[in-house]
Design a protein around this ligand. Sequence first.
Ligand code: FAD
Length: 462
Amino acid sequence: MLVDDLKSIVGPEGWTTDPGDLQPHLTEWRDIWTGKTLVMVSPASTREVASIVRECHKAGTGVVPQGGNTGLCGGAIPDQSGNQVLLSLSRMNAVRSVSPNDHSLVVDAGCTLASIQEAAQQVDRFFPLSLAAEGSCQIGGNLSTNAGGINVLRYGTARAQALGLEVVLPDGTIWDGLRSLRKDTSGYDLKQLFIGAEGTLGVITAACLRLYPSVKGLQTALVSVDSPDGAVALLADLRHRMSDQLQAFELIPDRAIRYVLRHFPSARFPLEPTSPWYVLMESINSDGNEQLEHQLLACLDAGLISDAIVAKNKGEADALWGIRHAISEAQKKEGASLKHDISVPVGTIGDFIRAADVAVTRHLPGVRVVAFGHVGDGNVHYNLSQPAGTDPASFLAQGEALASLVYEVVAGLGGSISAEHGIGQAKRAHLLQYRSATEIHLMRTIKAALDPENIMNPGKVI
Ligand SMILES: Cc1cc2nc3c(=O)[nH]c(=O)nc-3n(C[C@H](O)[C@H](O)[C@H](O)COP(=O)(O)OP(=O)(O)OC[C@H]3O[C@@H](n4cnc5c(N)ncnc54)[C@H](O)[C@@H]3O)c2cc1C
């Protein structure tokens, strides 16, 4: 029987069917997606992953890979049938090797993002992928969702950090593509297929990742701007004058600040809280002088910003980032929320927010918009909180209608309905609607070629 075979592959430490143990793996952070499973297996090696997938392939049973379970679109949650196997990568969490001179490291897929940042720091190198869930999300999940985060402006997304992958294919074959080459044009770049595939084409078991020289002279500043258009103008101005030294540029609305201050009493906001919008930014300044401060004074004179503070030390910088990273948690405490993780051309962010605000407010008066995020990448987390004092269930029931309104605005601006979090279960129908027939055909052709039995994360993405 399949479950017995799987148990014997992973041994007593590597499986559970206990409802209490399974609970956090069968529901997501916002409790929106829940599922059931035959068994959760937690293999300790690539060989064990391969054996599990081979057995599931023989049995025609679906396999759902799960990393830190911080994705917010139901991608890592099995369906309600109870017939799928949940495959947790959590026990595969070793840093296999670090090569400072090659500026690379090889890690198991179950390493948390924070542990990889630390491994890089220990050899005086920098791993730039960074996001609020970095203490619990895993690199396998980051690669499978092509995660972005705060440093994409300078370093690119997870895709740009991957030099090579090791993947267990849907029939249980192990593909060892753990190369650290910077240049390689020998045939198709196969690793790219698995990055952003959300576990539908195979299980990523290890990755060779790009490291960078450690960052010297990082400066963090918080500034007030009058509008998202003002933030975009400021971004263009600073990038031009600072020779592209900006590494992060995050838009924050005053509503998000109010939420954070209300729910995290220890948080301190160092500017006058009178502006409708703020930008939190970080720049690299290897000369060690105060270049960001000088540039911001010029921006103040030019009327691009109305207030600014530059962190004097790491403690102050961390406190500013603490506010930014607390937004999602604070919004959760405000009641039910709907998230739209979209991207549009950077210059149209203001147009997007204006048009989407009109559309959602007309549909649901009182809805509270919290639009924040990675303006430097044209990526806005266009989140909606339920109208104050209303029933969460009736608000969530409006989810599809509100998403359609938001995505129509996105499509009109040539944007994407998913900039970071992926498609999962949440956006499958929208993907079919907003990608062309040719693109959907190509995606289905790739899926059928690699996974003809449809055992890898069935019901997700495509
Ligand atoms: C507070 C908060 C802030 C966030 N901020 C950001 C942000 O700034 N930028 C961003 O991009 N995302 C953000 N996210 C979303 C989330 O953290 C990312 O999508 C992250 O990359 C998911 O990693 P994970 O390990 O939790 O993956 P999971 O949620 O476990 O899985 C995500 C998908 O990947 C698949 N998968 C997981 N591991 C593997 C593997 N080894 N092989 C094959 N498939 C696999 C799963 O089946 C699923 O489809 C945030 C989430 C939270 C809760």
